[in-house]
Ligand binder design. Structure first.
Ligand code: IMP
Ligand code: MG
Length: 177
């Protein structure tokens, strides 16, 4: 049974704050890539909302790919192990790759993906973009190339991020104590 109620979720970023920041990130990406083609890789399931909103504001020729990883165990406890559930991708040799994530926490997922790209493809560029950056729990030396907001050591839900699969559908981001 779900032991967190919607009322227990304390607001952190409103829908407007998220959308405004996403437009700012998109502007940075537009000025970096200009008219170069980009492969936007959405890391399911958490990044689905962020990725689909972000790409709407990108102006370059763009293709979207979806991969599915899982690193979280049950509830709020990370397993510290990254599982590639589905990581089938087209040939990315010579391409600009933009990995889109919901949150970078320990950084293990980011490291796994950056290593995966480096081992499998000689891309033109590989950039990592995360909506949230939970710096405090970092266990790797990876930093996102683009990020939306820094957050404290809180358990976050909403706008793609889940607790036991719930709350991904919220328009805002909140935390639970
Ligand atoms: P990392 O590998 O520890 O950096 O964690 C990355 C993944 O863990 C993210 O893509 C999320 O799916 C999940 N995650 C990390 N922190 C949270 C959180 O506060 N709420 C929900 N999911 C989280
Ligand atoms: Mg994720």
């Amino acid at each position: 049974m779900l032991d967190i109620k919607l009322e227990d979720i304390k607001p952190l970023f409103t829908e407007d704050e998220l959308q405004n920041r996403i437009k700012e990130i998109a502007a940075e990406l537009n000025s970096f890539y200009k008219v170069e083609e980009v492969y936007a890789i959405c890391v399911l399931k958490g990044a689905v909302m962020f990725a689909t909103d972000l790409v709407k504001y990108l102006d370059m020729p763009l293709k979207m790919e979806f991969i599915r990883l899982s690193s979280y165990g049950t509830g709020r406890n990370t397993t510290g192990k990254v599982n590639a559930v589905d990581i089938s991708l087209p040939d990315l040799n010579g391409k600009n790759v933009l990995i889109i994530e919901d949150i970078i926490d320990t950084g293990l997922t980011a490291k796994f993906l950056m290593d995966f790209m480096a081992c499998n493809f000689k891309t033109k560029s590989t950039k990592f973009c995360s909506l949230l950056d939970k710096k405090i729990s970092r266990k790797t030396d990876i930093e996102p190339d683009y990020y939306g907001f820094h957050i404290d050591d809180k358990f976050i839900v909403g706008y793609g991020l889940d607790y036991e699969g719930y709350f991904r559908n919220l328009k805002f981001i909140g935390y639970v104590e």
